[in-house]
Design a protein around this ligand. Structure first.
Ligand code: V47
Ligand code: SF4
Length: 374
C-alpha cells in the first residue's frame, strides 16, 4: 500500500492526534522515541500498527520472505544456570540429561554431507566443564565434514562462561573460536536487559552489559550476530522498549546485527508456568512495534518453531520478513516449553506457507545472500 493511501486512511480514521503524528514520522523514515514506543504498546490498535509495520517491511523487502536450510545441534541440556523461564536445562544429578560427545556430533553432522543445508545452529546449556578448546574442536570437526557450512554458534551467555573458564578476554576468545570456524553468533541469552527483571528471571547469568559487550566485540571482529528479546513473562512495556533502545544504540555504532528475533515466552514445565502466555494479538503487536522501533535493523525474524506456524504466517503482515529455517532436526528448547507443533519443515512446506499468504519465498544463506539454484 502506498504512503499516500496509508496517510489518507490514518487521517480519516479515529486514531488520536498523537498516533497520526507518529504515523507521519514513520512514513517519513524518522525515528520514534522511547516514550512513543511505550505509547504504541499501551494505546495503539493492531490494525494501525500493522499498516505502519507492513509499510516498512514492504519498502525494505517488497514481498520477499526469507528462509534458510539449517540444522540444529543442542550439545547438552546440562546447565550451570537456573533461569526461571527455562524448561530445558537440567543439573548433572537429574535423570533426563543429555550430552553429545565429539563422536555424536560427527555422526549428526555426517548426515548432512551431500545435502544443500547452508547453516548449522548450535545452542545449548552452559556446561560446567567445557572450555573454548573443547568447543573449538567441535567447530573444527564440523568444518572438516561440511567445509561450506556456516556455523552460527553459542549464545553470549555460553560464550562468556567458556571464555571465563579458559581465562580469556572476550576478544581473544572470539578470535580463537573464529579461527576454529565460528562464523556468526545467535541472538539468545539477551532475555530482557532490565536489571531488576533479569534479577528475577535469570539472576546468575551474564549481565546485559556483558551480552552487549560480546556482540559489540564480535561485530568489531567482523562476526555478524543476531539479537533476541524474550517477552511475555514478567516484564512490562517500558522494559521491552528499553531493551529495543539498547539494541538500536549498539546497531547505530556497529551495524553488526543481522536480524531481530522476538521470542515469545512459552509456559510449560518451568518455574514461571503460572503465567499465561501472550495472545496472538499481543504477539503481532510486538512484531509490528519491533519493526517500527528498530529502524536500523534490516530483518525481523519470526522463529516459527517457538511461535507456531499459524502465527508465524500471520506475522508476515506485521513487519516480519524472515521465517528462519527448515530446521532439519529436532529442537528441544521449545518442545519442552510447550510448543506442540512439528520441529521441522521441509523446504516445500516452508515455501507453501509463505506463498499461502501471497509473499515470495527466497532461500537465503545466514548472511542473507540469495541462494541461486543452478
Ligand atoms: O536465550 C528459553 C529462549 C533462547 C524459553 O539467532 C525460551 O537465529 C521461550 O538463541 N520460552 C535460546 N523462549 C534460543 C536462541 C535462538 C533461537 C532462535 C533463533 C536464534 C538465532 C537464536 O531461548 C534463550 C531464551 O531466551 N528460551 N526458554 C521459553 N520457555
Ligand atoms: Fe541455561 Fe539457557 Fe536455560 Fe538459562 S535459558 S537455564 S542459560 S539453558
Amino acid at each position: 500500500m502506498s504512503k499516500k493511501i496509508i496517510k489518507e486512511l490514518i487521517k480519516l480514521s479515529s486514531v488520536p492526534e498523537k498516533q497520526k503524528e507518529i504515523a507521519d514520522k514513520v512514513l517519513h523514515y524518522k525515528r520514534i522515541t522511547p516514550e512513543e514506543g511505550v505509547y504504541l504498546y499501551e494505546k495503539a490498535e493492531l490494525s494501525y500498527l500493522g499498516l505502519l509495520a507492513n509499510y516498512i517491511r514492504e519498502k525494505r523487502h517488497g514481498n520477499n520472505t526469507y528462509f534458510n536450510k539449517n540444522f540444529h545441534i543442542e550439545p547438552t541440556n546440562i546447565c550451570v544456570y537456573s533461569c526461571t523461564f527455562c524448561s530445558y536445562s537440567r543439573k548433572f544429578s537429574d535423570n533426563d540429561t543429555w550430552e553429545f560427545d565429539l563422536e555424536d556430533i560427527v555422526e549428526l553432522t555426517e548426515k548432512y554431507k551431500n545435502t544443500d543445508v547452508t547453516e548449522v545452529h548450535i545452542v545449548g546449556g552452559v556446561h560446567p566443564y567445557h572450555d573454548v578448546y573443547y568447543y573449538g574442536k567441535i567447530l573444527k570437526k564440523i568444518k572438516k565434514i561440511l567445509p561450506h557450512i556456516h556455523i552460527k554458534a553459542f549464545t553470549a551467555v555460553e560464550l562468556e562462561f567458556m571464555f571465563r573458564k579458559s581465562k580469556m578476554t572476550i576478544k581473544d576468545g572470539l578470535k580463537k573460536l573464529q579461527n576454529y570456524g565460528l562464523d556468526s553468533i545467535p541472538g539468545g541469552g539477551a532475555e530482557i536487559f532490565d536489571k531488576e527483571i533479569r534479577k528475577q528471571v535469570c539472576h546468575e547469568k551474564s549481565k546485559s552489559r556483558t551480552w552487549l559487550e560480546i556482540h559489540k566485540t564480535a561485530h568489531q571482529l567482523g562476526i555478524r550476530s543476531n539479537a533476541t528479546m524474550l517477552y511475555g513473562h514478567i516484564e512490562n512495556y517500558t522494559h521491552r522498549i528499553n531493551h529495543l533502545e539498547k539494541l538500536r544504540e549498539l546497531q547505530d555504532q556497529t551495524k553488526g546485527f543481522q536480524t531481530f528475533i522476538p521470542l515469545k515466552y512459552r509456559n510449560k514445565n518451568n518455574k514461571l508456568s503460572y503465567l499465561e502466555e501472550t495472545s496472538v494479538i499481543d504477539d503481532l503487536k510486538n512484531y509490528a512495534i519491533s519493526r517500527i522501533y528498530l529502524d536500523n535493523f534490516d530483518h525481523i525474524k519470526a522463529y516459527w518453531v517457538m511461535l507456531g506456524v499459524d502465527t508465524a504466517q500471520m506475522s508476515l503482515n506485521y513487519g516480519v520478513n524472515d521465517l528462519d529455517g527448515t530446521i532439519d532436526d529436532s529442537t528441544k528448547i521449545y518442545s519442552m516449553a510447550g510448543n506442540k507443533q512439528i520441529a521441522s519443515m521441509t523446504t516445500d512446506d516452508i515455501i507453501a506457507i509463505i506463498k499461502q499468504v501471497k509473499r515470495k519465498p527466497i532461500e537465503r544463506d545466514t548472511l542473507y545472500n540469495r541462494i541461486i539454484k543452478s
